[in-house]
Design a protein around this ligand. Structure first.
Ligand SMILES: Cc1cc2nc3c(=O)[nH]c(=O)nc-3n(C[C@H](O)[C@H](O)[C@H](O)COP(=O)(O)OP(=O)(O)OC[C@H]3O[C@@H](n4cnc5c(N)ncnc54)[C@H](O)[C@@H]3O)c2cc1C
Length: 475
């Protein structure tokens, strides 16, 4: 009889028999995928092509009952577990080598209550699923800026996007979270119930159980918003960043901006003579009153003479998917992040030099101009510890040639190390590289909240069934 080797938490391997597997399989609505299945390669892969993990089993859950049974199966056999939401985390933590993947990608239902202005999204929903439903009622949830990203992973680690300055991070708009804990129990964590869990889930990541649904407070959104995207010559980079840095001090919170160092791509609307040139671009969204849009955006478009200006008025769902085509599934990615409180010229020079010398023209260096509602919340109010920095630099190594993995990863790591001395500390878990430096990242991500997170972990997952991105043990 066929047996499936599966790795245990203690690093030993057991073999699950076909009989045990059949028994497990019969309790689920969704499919169990083993390495023998022809769909195995399809379902073990995640968005980042550099991730090549081989799980022992994949449970493609179709609902809460499936999740409970998968958790119970994992606990009974002591299996290593990973949880897959949208499968977009660059680290590939959604998949575990030889262990059990609890795959929620068939759980993407979203329901909106327009009276209460709330949305309930299943644990495998993507941002596009959420936006599709909420915009039918003129409402939006503050999440991220690419529609194919998973709602759960993005939110559990913070969640920054076009409504960040206006309404805060995704976690700041969470009303409740449905979670299957390590003992196979479904709980609803909110401000009124399981308050400690609710605190931990807002920034603590996927360490506390399987999130089967997230409920968000929604906000009215105009039928159209302004998408901002002038591409300036790289020679004007300092001028653009200096101006934006000052401008954002007094700009309305309806405006959210990134300064992106990259290379002009071959896209519709881009003049041929600009393609392939290094550029500094402002990319952002103004979601405030329409009659104020021009007044707010015009000064940004006039900082210098753009090579091309791709700005325009678009629907909310268009704004949310404007960058999708830059991040195709299966290409190669390595992203890291550094928080800064000041943007000195020295830092801008380093960024400019790395942009000019990158091994892949697809890579970008993005300065997020943080602030606004994100900073109206105290650090101790949620597990997210990095609210009060002024800027986040996201280093995006993006490339198409798998033979260039080493060079591109090294480029991103080198830039990260060069920027670290200027950093005010902290790490954003949604851009975590391959989470190589566990203790540095854990301290950087959770800071003063780490002790409380570890206590909550011990209370709800004493055997350490869920590893999430981070190892929470007190080693
Ligand atoms: C193209 C692209 C654009 C992005 N843009 C933004 C952005 O604008 N803003 C931003 O903040 N981030 C952004 N990110 C980063 C993104 O938020 C993270 O990669 C996030 O972790 C992805 O969530 P996911 O569910 O797709 O990931 P997955 O890889 O499925 O999950 C990542 C981890 O989250 C946990 N997890 C996921 N789902 C669950 C669940 N249901 N229950 C328990 N744990 C779970 C698990 O620990 C898992 O290992 C972007 C990423 C990509 C690839």
């Amino acid at each position: 009889m066929k047996k499936y080797p599966i790795q245990l938490k203690n690093n030993t391997t057991i073999k699950i028999t076909q009989e045990e597997l059949d028994e497990f399989s019969q309790t689920l609505k969704g499919a169990i995928i083993t390495p023998d299945d022809h769909e195995y390669d399809l379902f073990r892969k995640v968005w980042n092509g550099t991730v090549d993990k081989h799980p022992g089993l994949i449970a493609r859950c179709r609902g809460v009952a499936d999740v409970i049974r998968a958790v119970n199966f994992a606990r009974k056999h002591g299996l290593l577990v990973s949880v897959r939401g949208g499968g977009h985390n660059v680290s590939g933590s959604a998949v575990v080598d030889q262990g059990l993947v609890i795959d929620l990608s068939e759980m993407r239902t979203v329901k909106v209550d327009p009276e209460e202005r709330t949305a309930w999204a299943q644990g495998g929903a993507l941002l596009g699923d959420l936006d599709h439903e909420t915009t039918a009622f003129g409402l939006a949830a503050p999440v991220g800026v690419v529609s194919e990203t998973g709602v759960a992973g993005l939110t559990l680690h913070g969640g920054v996007g076009w409504l960040l300055r206006k309404h805060g991070m995704a976690i700041d708009n969470l009303k409740s979270v449905d979670l299957v804990t390590s003992d196979g129990k479904l709980v609803k964590a909110s401000k009124d119930q399981y308050q400690d869990l609710f605190w931990a889930l807002r920034g603590g990541g996927g360490n506390f159980g399987v999130v089967t649904a997230l409920e968000f407070h929604l906000h009215p959104i105009e039928p159209t918003v302004s998408f901002i995207m002038p591409l300036f010559p790289i020679e004007d980079a300092n001028k653009v960043i200096h101006f934006t840095r000052e401008y954002m001090q007094t700009a309305p919170n309806d405006l959210m901006l990134l300064g992106i160092y990259w290379t002009v791509p071959e896209l519709e609307g881009i003049p041929k003579e600009s393609v392939g040139k290094p550029t500094i671009s402002l990319v952002g969204c103004y979601s405030g009153p329409r009659d104020k849009a021009n007044e707010v955006i015009k000064p940004l478009l006039e900082i210098s003479e753009p090579l091309v200006d791709l700005s325009g008025e678009v629907s909310w769902t268009e704004a949310q998917s404007m960058l999708d085509e830059d991040y195709p599934e299966g290409k190669y990615y390595y992203w890291k992040s550094v928080y800064l409180d000041r943007l000195e010229d020295e830092v801008l020079e380093i960024i400019k030099t790395y942009n000019l010398n990158k091994p892949s023209q697809e890579s970008t260096i993005d300065i997020w101009f943080l602030g606004g509602a994100m900073q109206d919340v105290e650090t101790s109010e949620t597990a997210f510890a990095n609210r009060h920095h002024s800027y986040m630099v996201a280093i995006e190594g993006n490339w198409s040639d798998p033979n260039m993995n080493k060079q591109n990863i090294q480029w991103a790591r080198d830039l990260y190390n060069e920027l670290k001395p200027y950093s005010s500390g902290g790490i954003y878990l949604n851009f975590p590289g391959f989470v190589e430096e566990q203790s540095e990242i854990r301290q950087g991500a959770y800071g003063e909240n780490l002790d409380r997170l570890q206590e909550i972990k011990e209370k709800y997952d004493p055997s350490g069934l869920f590893t999430g991105l981070m190892d929470f043990s007190r080693k």
